[in-house]
Ligand binder design. Structure first.
Ligand code: CU
Length: 337
């Protein structure tokens, strides 16, 4: 969709070496950004964990991904399983399931058979209460770390018809959780106070409008009435706090995802958030979210909807740090899906 913003596409037979300092412990994933909808759906993605916290236990990345119309559960050591993946664990084992939604639509996660906590959201720790049969919606692109201690009976982590069954080897599998949904923005604290003042404020109005794409007027997913690359970039300066007000005037959720940054969620529809850090936040139809971004990672960064057909239809812009230019030609070429 947008190569040549932060790197060129890796050509057929070519290679590109990524070097980064793994100084941010947590659950992450990576995927192609070249015709990402098609290529990612076909499986060009992976997960990685920086510093597992329960290496002596069952500390496992779990990718939720739809292949051929069926939601699958993929663990690190096994190909994706249709329906139910199963592992045997001894009672008392510390468990941390690092669940990533690698699809375009949100998934609703539940855990039955044991009380659990969401210990991290999008890689960063969160301090929240114990959940008993409650469920949480995970945005496209988002990650939740689900933690509990393995009991002496089976536990089921479920997402729709797919799931991961952890069993001590005896007992019947519990039914998938059908409990109430929590609001992740009010679940727990990310450990940072909301700033009192902001250096800049931007508003992104997300809509479905006719816009020119490739010179042709087409129904598009727009930001402030425009499509990539004509959406005005958000200009920021190192050290600033920036407030973004994100308004969804469309009929579908928009999981907004800034690259290179987490944002501190301040409010959802006027209701104060915990607040919590996220890097993929699902702005539902008609909703208004206020988020704060701390400009501490200079660069030229894409920010887009993680429903990748929306991103390809224009719902993409970039964050530009003052004085930083992309070394690549920003041609705005939009590779059609
Ligand atoms: Cu969208």
């Amino acid at each position: 969709m947008c190569p040549a913003l932060t790197q060129n596409a890796v050509r057929e037979g070519g290679e590109f070496v990524y070097r980064f300092r793994a100084d941010q412990p947590g659950s992450y994933w990576y995927h192609t950004h070249e015709t990402p909808n098609r290529a990612l759906q076909a499986g060009l993605f992976g997960m990685f964990t920086v510093d597992p916290v329960t290496p002596e236990g069952f500390d496992e990345p779990v990718a939720l991904h739809t292949f051929g119309g069926a939601l699958t559960v993929a663990l690190a050591d096994a190909p994706p399983a249709d329906g139910l993946a199963t592992r045997t664990l001894s009672p008392g084992t510390p468990v941390r399931l690092r669940v990533a939604n690698t699809d375009n639509a949100p998934h609703t996660l539940g855990v039955s058979g044991v009380p659990y906590r969401i210990a991290a959201v999008d890689g960063l720790p969160v301090t929240g209460r114990i959940l008993r049969d409650e469920r949480a919606q995970l945005a496209a692109g988002g990650r939740y770390d689900l933690v509990f201690t393995m009991p002496s009976r089976p536990v089921l982590m479920s997402a729709g018809a797919a799931g991961l069954l952890l069993t001590p080897g005896v007992g019947a599998a519990p039914a998938p959780s059908a409990g109430p949904l929590i609001d992740i923005t009010r679940y727990g604290s990310g450990g940072t106070e909301a700033p009192r003042r902001f250096d800049r404020s931007y508003t992104w109005v997300l809509d479905r409008l006719i816009a020119l794409r490739g010179g042709v007027p087409r129904l598009s997913h727009t930001v402030n009435g425009q499509v990539w690359p004509r959406v005005a970039p958000a200009l920021v300066k190192q050290g600033e706090w920036i407030r973004f007000t994100v308004v969804n005037r469309g009929g579908e959720p928009h999981p907004m995802h800034p690259h290179g940054h987490h944002v501190l969620v301040l409010s959802r529809d006027g209701v104060k958030a915990a607040p919590i850090w996220m890097d993929s936040f699902d702005v539902g139809p008609g909703e208004v979210w206020e988020v704060a971004l701390r400009a501490g990672n200079p660069g030229v960064w894409l920010a887009h909807c993680h429903e990748l057909t929306h991103a390809a239809e224009g719902m993409t812009l970039h964050l530009a740090y003052d004085g930083v230019r992309s070394p690549f030609a920003l041609d705005g070429h939009n590779h059609p899906e």
